[in-house]
Design a binder for this molecule. Sequence first.
Ligand code: ATP
Length: 293
Amino acid sequence: MRVYVAGNITVDETWSVTDIPAKGASVHGYQRSQDIGGKGANQAIVLSRCGIETCLIAATGHDSKGKWIRQQLMNEPVTLLPTQPMTALSDTSLILHSADGDNAIITSTSAADALDINTLSHHLASARPGDLLVQQGNFSPEKTHALFSLAKSCGLITVFNPSPVHAAFASCWSLVDIAVVNQHEAQQLQPRAVKTLVTTLGSAGAWLTQGDQRTFCPAQPVNATDTTGAGDTFLAVMLASAILRGGEIDALALTHASQAAALTVSRHGTRQAFPTAEELAALLQSGGEPAVI
Ligand code: ATP
């Protein structure tokens, strides 16, 4: 089973500031790190580190950042499509990380916007029935809906993580098999009639809802230093856990996901904070007890 992740890829610049600036404020800060990021890339990288055959369909720009992204991705077991840059600037996320551990993020979408539905369809053409298509909220609602429609017509399993949230994403639910939402997205989009719904609650854990059945999975207690990418790690490891055991999303998949997300939040940065392939292998082989890594 192959996973196609259609979404964005960015250069993440993480800045440390004492507090997130208010409107009109001018503050000092320092750049803590530069890394690959973007929800599409994050989820694809973690899935591929779990040993899942993963294609990331995401646009890089015709600039030095795009070149850097493509070089960096060669160190990951993920296939990037298209291989060539788009005629656009690469996308960037400016992450402000405040002293109390909170963050605020600004993301550009020039490259993601340049990836049109024809190009997306072309790169999805090699997918087989039963493969997965994962999307996040960095494409327009129209493009997101059109790609899910195509995926369903090809017999793919569809996964939606509608972040950043847009009210019009609610029109996609009838095309979605697995939804992963945080509390804010759940409130705004009211996902209904989705076979598998996972609602994440940050450090409070996550709920799995399948029909009338609800299962709670607590978060792993950890000294959180940077929560960037927690949701992406959670989603990717949850899917990988289910795929590797050939089954549905279940309580063990959520336990594996929360263990992996705890590793991510205990470290600084984006990709550099994600669990390594070795850590993920140990974790995914465990039956949910704390993995020996
Ligand atoms: P983000 O957009 O910041 O990546 P999100 O809003 O999509 O995250 P969250 O609900 O914040 O997702 O977190 C997803 C999962 O990550 C949680 O269900 C939990 O298992 C884990 N997690 C998040 N924050 C913490 C924390 N402070 N301590 C331990 N685990 C955490």
